[in-house]
Design a protein around this ligand. Sequence first.
Ligand code: MN
Length: 743
Amino acid sequence: MTEEELKAERKLILREYRALLKNAKREMDDADRLLIRKAFDLAAEAHSPMRRKSGESYIFHPLAVARIVSEEIGLGTTSIVCALLHDVVEDTEINLDDIESLFGTRVRIIVDGLTKLRGAQFGEDVSIQAENFRKMLLTLSDDIRVILIKLADRLHNMRTLESMRHDKQQKIASETLYLYAPLSHRLGLYNLKSEFEDLCLKYKEPELYHKIESSLEKSKAVRTRFINRFTVPIRKRLDELEFDYEVKIRSKSVYSIYNKMVNKNIPFEEVYDLFAIRIIIESDEKNEKSDCWQVYSIVTDNYQPNPDRLRDWISTPKGNGYESLHTTVMSPSGKWVEVQIRTRRMDDIAEMGYAAHWKYKESASENALDEWIRRIRETLENPDPNALDFIDDFKLNLFSDEIFVFTPKGDLRNLPSSATALDFAFEIHSDIGARCIGAKVNHRLAPLSHELKSGDQVEILTSKNQSPKEDWLRFVVTAKAKSNIRTYLKEDRKRIAEDGKEILERKLRNLKINLNDENLNKIVNFYRLPTSHELFFKAGLAQLDFSKLAALKKDSGQLKYRRPKRRNPDGLKRIVTNFNDKGANLVIGDSMEKFDYKLSNCCNPIPGDNVFGFITINDGIKIHRENCPNAIQMMSKYDYRIVKAKWTNQESIAFLAGLRISGIDQVGLVNELTKVISSEYNVNMRSISFDTDDGIFTGTVMVYVNDTTHLTELMRKLRNISGVSTVSRIKGDKQEPTFTQAN
Ligand code: MN
């Protein structure tokens, strides 16, 4: 670089620095400015020999990060100082002690957190990545500013991704979409989130991105005219009522337009909600709600609202603190238009997320955010060693929307959508989760796996005999429930194995078999188990037939047993019982020895159904569907007699299933029904009965099908018959409670 160029660059750097001071969102005094100057001088000096990939002086990067932190996230002096210093420890001679002596302990802690995050770059190895993410979140408990500055750092790197190598671009963009976009969403930083997403799309789908961008540009003038005309009557009325307000146009991000086009498979022109109109009003905190609803009424006086699309995030703010009133109304030209109504305070929180909470300390929504951070910490503090599980669970929580559920006393709890009754139980308390046998959802009995909906009122039923089961992991979604169950299962397994070891040792002494590794290995082989741990575990569950051991040849305490030549390829043993010696297999128990089973006739399970086994006294194991009407009673009263059961490779064999059909009675309908049933491949009808009442028929058909897929297909065809309105599978028959015979 020539002397001239260097001089020009220094000028540019100083201009950036002045802009940083001038545009700061928060009040600053001389002491603040002095501190920022000190940090800037230190960083500029320390980074001076370094250049970025683009060729520009390195100091532009920390300056830009500091500006994002200040102007776009709204943080104050400490954060600006830390942003300026965020790469200093990693890249230069300056160390943390230097920073502490110049800027104090707080700045040291934050810069230390940022350095650790950077040092632990997300590598190729997913588990390392997960571990790093965990570390990143752990810093939440030190100071959340570490995360916010990290987000600003990533945003600037994304904005300047152009100069990176292609493969690096792809990697960084994917990582951003996977971690940083959802994280900023969760922290309520919507602007950051959509910029992250747009930038990712720009590098992952460049062609589509540019196409959407230029279409947006081309249609801009038309859109502006439309919006101006649309808001005229609303503005007029707001002026009359002397509201202090601002109307903003929120264009949909390129990324969300892209998602709509892909998910709905429509061209750009058919994405109807390209923008939303936002009305921001100045309002006293105590009048906020009524003011917003007054604006709502002004909007809907002029335009017809769509009742399905009213979202009231004011009465019930989102978990991340978002508050707003959304409605979609019909414009005179026949287009739906979304209108968002909120106060200035709500808008600040929506735009700047956490940072704005400092400004409005008393707001109720602060609790929701605290609640979220509390939940993250709880997950992190749980001693679940598997970081990979953690990230999956956590990501699930980040992406899914939330539901609101009530306790019997009317307290509101906030869960990810598709959470089940069991998740709710663990949310209340880990002991309640561990002892949960079922729930009353809106006063009706429901199984553990029952998926909750917003507004449900849930009462948990517990039993002191209950304990967490492996199967529970299939239907819980919250990280809290999952890690609690896993921890419990592991402890339980260990305890059983320890008991089993004692039992086995006693048995061997009785049989005069020496207790040594060689014999132990032979016994492991004899039972075809993978490890001695598994052997002890089985012994603890009383699943080993010890009488067979007595028959083994031995010579002065040493076993002579030799393993047969043929071995199980995977070393694991799977016990399978057959139905009629062919076709549909059912695996029962943790891997129990052969058992006969019968399909219960109260709920007629078929392959593909979720099932469990119930040990009866006289009739072996009976298989029930998990949603069998008798299931809750069996599980609560006789939980120790429940065994796991699962269908495996199914083949064509017939199972009985019942269907309930209703619709409008008309000539030839029964004929039509039977024709469809008999023409369906491999379906046989056992019985059919119909009732007619005032032109409405209800009928029950019992059919033989192969499995649930087969049945679903048949039900679909029946629904297509004109006149038929509902077709549902009969859950079961409460009259035949199989468990009574077991007493
Ligand atoms: Mn950086």
